[in-house]
Design a protein around this ligand. Structure first.
Ligand code: 5GP
Length: 198
């Protein structure tokens, strides 16, 4: 059995990564979602083990010390990280897995898994992005401003990704990502061979 695809989805806060990921999971039941660990507080409706594994800073730092994370990053004052064993076991079992993570973490994943497929989700415009974060109503003004400045930095790092997908409309954005996954599975020469041949 071949190894599954490691798909990394990034994009600025408010671009709709969560919504796109949920819709992709609904459409592609075989696509496995990596649940991250975080020290941020749960938002209304978020469940431990489903949206995130919610941890204290001490617990998170213990996971770092025990090398249990494939990558981790600090984002707007909180830790976020990807549990390593689950990703590796999923890929070994031949299934595709999607990681919804910010750019610093994605670059760390890229250094360990250059054969991963890196997809950057873009807002139709920065104004639209701010409107979405404000409209969500879950963040205070200082956090909104901070998330907007991080968003501009993140967009600057987009050139490290393989694909850019504009999230103008959820159905279209998902359709584009599904097409990318199909195309990657149809490749005659997988990315790891391409890299080895360089
Ligand atoms: P939020 O607080 O809005 O759920 O997430 C904030 C940012 O952290 C988002 O860009 C999200 O993609 C990112 N993120 C979520 N999980 C992880 C993770 O495991 N590692 C990294 N590096 N970023 C993550």
């Amino acid at each position: 059995m071949g190894k599954g695809l490691l798909i990394v989805l990034s994009g600025p806060s408010g671009v709709g990564k969560g919504t796109v990921c949920n819709e992709l999971r609904r459409r592609l039941p075989d696509l496995v979602y990596s649940v991250s660990a975080t020290t941020r507080n749960p938002r209304l409706g978020e469940e431990n083990g489903v949206n995130y594994f919610f941890k204290s800073r001490e617990q998170f730092e213990e996971m770092i010390a025990n090398d249990q994370l494939l990558e981790f990053a600090e984002y707007v004052g909180n830790y976020y990280g990807t549990p390593r064993d689950f990703v590796e076991a999923t890929l070994q079992s031949g299934k595709d897995i999607i990681l919804e993570i910010e750019v610093q973490g994605a670059l760390k994943v890229k250094s360990k898994f250059p054969e991963g497929i890196f997809v950057f989700l873009l807002p139709p415009s920065l104004d639209e992005l701010k409107g979405r974060i404000v409209g969500r109503g879950t963040e205070n003004q200082a956090t909104i401003d901070h998330r907007m400045s991080v968003a501009a930095d993140e967009i600057g790092l987009m050139e490290n990704y393989d694909y850019a997908v504009v999230n103008d409309e959820i159905d279209q954005a998902c359709h584009r990502i599904q097409s990318i996954i199909v195309a990657e599975h149809c490749k005659i020469r997988p990315k790891c061979e391409e890299i080895a041949a360089r």
